[in-house]
Design a protein around this ligand. Structure first.
Ligand code: PLP
Ligand code: COI
Length: 354
């Protein structure tokens, strides 16, 4: 197939690797960055050839529209490495969702080849940075924002697409405590909740800060209309197990269509677990917790992987989930991470060798 890239991706190598300064046994999430990053500019109506340069600061005009109107989107992916190869998990789905987000935020879409060739070239260059320890991975952050300038409240004429790599440990340390939110909303019908737009996350920080002051890690959002149905958490989709049925809410305008979420549903079905995609009311959650039929709750996401929830709070009461011997969360986490780390067969065809 003929390449649509205007010319080969240029690489400017960093002169001093920082890899020796990194403690790969004690990695936090998303706080150290590999030696290189990919940068690609959109100018005069088209994307230029991406370049790979040493990781470092960008130079932007103060009038760049990202600062004023928040035109910005991102993705979250992971790369895994065994002794021979580098693997991604369903990366073409991330590319598709990136462009869905781009369209909603009036940002020009990025062609698949720019995204995938850019990512693969960058990963091969910084492959020594990919952690091999179980529970750690190379977190990949593709993002795109308005670099074009002007105070007119309209889309910019120039954009930047970047990919940065952060060798990372787990997103949460230990079990997670969540608060069901009734006052604030993350998203609304017709809004941008389904896009991975930067502003969706900024809007969550204040309510999440309030929840953290009360000892919770994350907020579980409810529908903006009546706050009756649980939707998703700040960085993950939510699953509940009532008796032996695994349930998650339907996707909509208001929820991120998570790649982990849909993989969990497929794995559960393949294991013979009964699944339902339907609204889960807060009342049902509280009732089943009180009756003892609520067996498990967990979050699912690229950063969060599968994160068991130990406690949920609603109004002024905390509800503790039981410790299950036969846990769906633990079982499904093993299945999905065995595929991701190339420790098991991949009957679904999700693993992507770089
Ligand atoms: N929901 C939100 C708001 C997220 O930020 C994420 C993380 O990407 C998810 C859900 C999970 O999506 P995925 O499994 O595609 O990472
Ligand atoms: C991810 O899971 O990749 C995300 O984007 C969540 C992010 C808030 C860390």
């Amino acid at each position: 197939m003929e390449s649509i890239l205007k010319s080969p991706i240029r690489i400017q190598k960093s002169e001093n690797s920082k890899i020796d300064q990194v403690d790969f046994d004690n990695l936090a999430f998303g706080s150290v960055f590999s030696d290189h990053m990919l940068v690609c500019d959109y100018k005069n109506g088209s994307w230029e050839t991406p370049t790979i340069v040493p990781y470092g600061p960008l130079s932007l005009e103060p009038a760049a529209k990202i600062f004023h109107y928040g035109q910005s989107i991102f993705e979250g992916m992971k790369a895994y490495k065994d002794n021979d190869d580098i693997f991604l998990f369903r990366p073409l789905d991330n590319h598709k969702r990136f462009n869905i987000s781009a369209k909603r935020m009036a940002i020009p879409e990025i062609p698949e080849e720019y995204f995938m060739e850019g990512l693969k070239t960058l990963l091969n260059l910084d492959k020594d940075w990919i952690p091999q320890k179980d529970g750690s991975a190379m977190y990949i952050r593709p993002f795109m924002f308005a670099s074009g300038k002007g105070f007119h409240a309209s889309p910019a004429d120039e954009y930047k697409f970047l990919i940065c790599l952060a060798p990372s440990g787990p997103y949460f340390a230990g079990k997670v405590k969540v608060l069901i939110e009734e006052k604030y909303s993350r998203s609304a019908n017709g809004g941008v909740g389904y896009a991975k737009a930067g502003g969706n996350y900024a809007g969550q920080f204040y309510p999440t800060q309030l929840a953290k002051e009360k000892g919770y890690h994350q907020v579980i959002w409810t529908d903006d209309h009546k706050h009756e149905n649980i939707e998703e958490a700040g960085a993950m989709n939510i699953f509940v197990r009532i008796n032996d049925t695994l349930i998650t809410g339907p996707t909509s305008d208001r929820i991120l269509d998570g790649i982990t979420r849909k993989s969990v549903l497929e794995i559960a079905k393949s294991e013979g677990i009964k699944t339902e995609v339907r609204n889960i009311t807060v009342n049902e959650l509280v009732d089943t917790a009180q009756q003892g039929s609520l067996k498990e709750m967990f979050g699912a996401g690229t950063a969060a992987v599968i994160s068991p929830i130990a406690t949920f709070g609603f109004r002024d009461t905390d509800y503790d989930l039981p410790e299950m011997e036969q846990s769906y969360a633990i079982d499904i986490k093993k299945r999905i991470t065995d595929i991701q780390y190339n420790r098991a067969n991949d009957p679904f065809g999700w693993r992507y060798k770089v």
